[in-house]
Write a protein that binds this ligand. Structure first.
Ligand code: FE
Ligand code: CA
Length: 555
């Protein structure tokens, strides 16, 4: 083993203890020893069990969620937090003996139920789980034995408190000849930039699944007024008004976001399949390299805290649970014979941004063939998965813009060093892999850029006559960027500089994609404002592409 690899191991071991750190600093040495001695290898400690009947305030303030549907199973999530904005025991701001969110520093039994009907008259499953202080009193239930392609309702109980009811849906059987599937793609929900009005409308849509493509939260300070949410008329605690760095910071920030009623409505209405981008940790980080080039050891401790809080607050399965600063978030889901979803993680394994990040003309630094956005292992996994795919549609939910985006016509243009444009060799390998695997129905779903785009993916973006290899639906933000405009200032330049760009809109909203045997249809939904509550939703544009004959046409 090289010296560097040993050093790396030590960093990861140090970062792995991040979840226990506050216990070690908060308690006496003897108590800390007793606590860690009880830690099983998996990292779930055996804290004392609290009597759930002693929870005297509603602990279900953060709603419920479901996710990652499989044919006979779907993850059910909630987190207990009677006073969600309250910091944990061990931080100087908390009440003695409490572990954050107003919960005792003890595990609390939670009962769960899955039913065929909203009134829970016919149960399909039930059980008991512990909400553990080590995981901030979150629960992740993975019920098995449910029927494929079926709607279910679920709820939780702690003591005498019953959670809101969530609606979810399992995936169809692997061989099922599914005729139709409707999904939505969302991203970028800066709480301080506005209300989650788009989520209120999304909750009303008839959808099978929702893909969250990253920036579920932002690390930036949120002031006492909640930024643009001044109409809410609340005063937020001062601890939100600083950048998230520690596990406590990230946990509290999730509490702020998860307390939003529109976000809760969307989660309660549909199963989510989530992946992260940068802001769940820090703006534009790359692997173990932070925005401000902190020592990697220091940054990995922060990444471990952020990844852990992410897992605690999302309806994810056990294999996605982080180990210190590492988490296997890329994964594959199948919807019968109709769709295969390869959900990517383009942050954790990427080469550092070329030319110091930002916008830059392509050059030897960005076009270096050694550079990667996915890492070699994920790239191989993706292309192998395509080779084995029998699905009608191969869908790639991921983070950053895949298609080329020039910011000027003619020579002298620049492209984004943070997107696939900054990693053109990586993009070429993925496109060559799709072609060699016979994928002629590629649909890329993208977030990050806070605008709607519709792209034809070209084999050679410099040549408009080259083969169209697939299509890309880029969803705008839920809130990031505040109200926006239908035609941003650079609209004309972008449309002229990028002939494969078919649509560009700068409002907030989301995209729905309807897949059937013959076509994929994207509907670009927009809301007129997010800095005032209650704006209506409209469809700004719709496009279709034919199975086996990629290329977007107005619908
Ligand atoms: Fe964003
Ligand atoms: Ca981003």
């Amino acid at each position: 083993m090289t010296h560097t690899a040993l050093y790396e191991q030590e960093i990861r071991a140090a970062a792995a203890s991040v979840g226990r750190r506050r216990f070690l600093t908060a308690t006496g040495a003897a108590a800390a020893l007793a606590f860690t001695a009880n830690l099983p290898a998996a990292g779930a400690a055996h804290a004392a069990e609290a009597d759930a009947r002693k929870i005297t305030e509603n602990p279900f303030t953060l709603g419920v969620a479901s996710g990652d549907p499989q044919p006979g199973s779907v993850v059910l999530w909630t987190r207990l937090a009677p006073r969600p904005y309250e910091p944990g025991w061990g931080s100087s701001r908390s009440n003695e003996g409490e572990s954050g969110g107003g919960m005792p520093n003890a595990r609390v039994p939670v009962r769960w139920e899955v039913a065929y009907d909203e009134k829970f008259t016919r149960l399909a499953g039930r059980g008991r789980a512990d909400a553990h202080p080590e995981f901030n009193h979150s629960v992740h239930i993975e019920p098995t034995g449910l029927a494929p392609d079926r709607v279910y309702y679920y709820r939780f109980r702690a003591g005498s408190w019953i959670s809101p009811v969530g609606r979810t849906r399992t995936a169809p059987a692997r061989g099922a000849r599914l005729s139709r599937l409707k999904l939505a793609a969302v991203s970028c929900q800066a709480y301080h930039d506005g209300y989650f009005t788009a989520y209120r409308h999304l909750a009303e849509e008839d959808l099978d699944i929702v893909f969250h493509l990253g920036d579920y939260l932002y690390e930036y300070p949120v002031d006492a007024a909640g930024g643009a949410r001044k109409y809410t008329g609340r005063t937020l605690p001062a601890h939100f008004n600083r950048e998230t760095v520690t596990l406590e910071d990230y946990r509290l920030r999730y509490a702020l976001y998860k307390s939003d009623p529109d976000l809760q409505a969307a989660h309660a209405a549909h199963p989510f399949i989530v992946t992260w981008d940068d802001h769940e940790v820090e703006n534009n980080y790359a692997s173990d390299i932070s925005e401000d080039d902190l020592p990697p050891a220091e940054f990995l401790v922060r990444r471990a805290a952020a990844y852990r809080a992410y897992w605690e607050n999302q309806p994810l399965r056990r294999p996605q649970r982080p180990h210190g600063p590492d988490a296997r978030l890329y994964r594959r889901l199948h919807y019968g014979q109709l769709a295969q979803f390869d959900i990517l993680d383009t942050r954790q394994y990427r080469s550092d941004q070329a030319y110091g990040d930002g916008w830059h003309a392509p050059g030897p630094e960005s076009t270096d063939p050694k550079r990667t956005l996915t890492g070699a292992t994920q790239e191989r996994w993706l292309i192998d998965g395509w080779r084995q795919s029998t699905a009608r549609w191969n869908v790639l939910p991921q983070q950053v813009a895949f298609s080329e985006r020039r910011n000027a016509t003619g020579p002298g243009y620049q492209v984004s060093m943070d997107a696939w444009d900054g990693y053109p060799a990586s993009r070429a390998r993925v496109l060559a892999g799709a072609e060699s695997a016979g994928v002629d129905n590629l649909v890329v779903l993208t977030g990050d850029v806070h605008v709607h785009y519709a792209f034809d993916i070209k084999k050679d973006f410099a040549d408009p006559r080259s083969r169209t290899a697939g299509v890309e639906f880029v969803t705008t933000s839920i809130a990031s960027g505040k109200d926006g405009a239908d035609k941003p200032a650079n609209w004309g330049t972008y449309m002229a500089a990028n002939p494969h760009l078919k649509f560009y809109n700068g409002r907030r909203g989301y995209v729905t994609v309807t897949l059937d045997r013959d076509t994929a249809r994207g509907d670009y939904r927009t809301v007129s404002a997010v800095t005032t509550p209650g704006a209506p939703v409209r469809t700004a544009a719709s496009f279709v592409t034919e199975a086996g004959n990629p290329g977007l046409k107005p619908a």
